[in-house]
Design a protein around this ligand. Structure first.
Ligand code: URA
Length: 241
């Protein structure tokens, strides 16, 4: 693939911008300065740098953001800054989308990708991928609350009761809960239907992939092959987690 096309596919700029950058001696491939925009390279595993920023070619972008509170998951946020403002321009230019949404006040694990199939697979209720949340409740939990959530609670506009796949207490007011569906305000509505109220909500895992402890709120990182495998696995359902 020609070098300018490789750069363009990674969100570095328009076709014209990429031509210019290469001609202006701003692009190195494997530490070699390349000035011919049409020069062919095999993109797989290609490492290049533009000005002083280093890149590795990726056919698709898969990344995780630690969403802070106070950010909307919308491209056109209304009342708060958007999560997309936390990502670099080259990711926005290659068209990454958030994989589902979290409420403005929810924190934690939010995936992004430009792979339509991946986004579909991780938002489709048919795939039954568990999403695990830590919930801080307004009132102390009771054993009955957990039983209700596990048995299923009826929400107003849902035809069938929705149940937590897993639910256990962390402390008097904190629960961990895994759901499969990802409906609008699902956790908050389930807790309200069971007679309590969510004060704070944090998503800690999707499938068997947990938000990395060292990823600070507002920071993002690329997902590795093993992260992608963990995302597809629901192995935590068979443990006591
Ligand atoms: N359930 C909610 O109520 N809010 C979220 O942000 C995610 C799940």
């Amino acid at each position: 693939m020609e070098l300018f096309r490789i750069l363009q596919s990674q969100g570095i700029g328009t076709r014209r911008d990429c031509h210019e950058l290469i001609r202006r001696r701003q692009v190195w491939v494997d530490a070699e300065l390349v000035t011919d925009p049409e020069r062919d390279f095999s993109p797989d595993g290609l490492r290049f740098s533009v000005a002083d920023s280093a890149f590795e070619y990726r056919a698709h972008a898969y990344l995780v953001l630690h969403k802070p509170a106070g950010y909307e998951c919308s491209r056109q946020p209304r009342d708060h800054p958007g999560v997309f403002s936390l990502l670099p321009d080259y990711l926005l230019r290659r068209g990454v989308q958030s994989v589902g949404r979290l409420d403005q006040d929810t924190t934690g694990l939010l995936l992004f990708s430009d792979d339509g199939r991946f986004i579909h697979d991780h938002t489709s209720p048919k795939k039954q991928i568990g999403k695990t949340y830590q919930v801080t409740c307004k009132h102390d939990y009771s054993a009955a609350l957990i039983e209700q959530l596990l048995a299923g609670v009826q929400l107003h506009d849902e035809p069938l009761p929705l149940r937590a796949r897993l639910c256990s207490a962390l402390s008097e007011r904190r629960l961990t809960l895994t759901i499969q569906e990802g409906k609008y305000h699902q956790v908050k509505r389930m807790i309200a239907a069971a007679g309590n109220r969510v004060e704070a909500l944090h998503r800690s895992a999707i499938g068997a992939y947990a938000l990395p402890d060292d990823l600070a709120p507002g920071a993002w990182k690329w997902l590795t092959e093993s992260d992608l495998l963990a995302l597809k696995s629901n192995s935590q359902f068979s443990s006591n987690h």
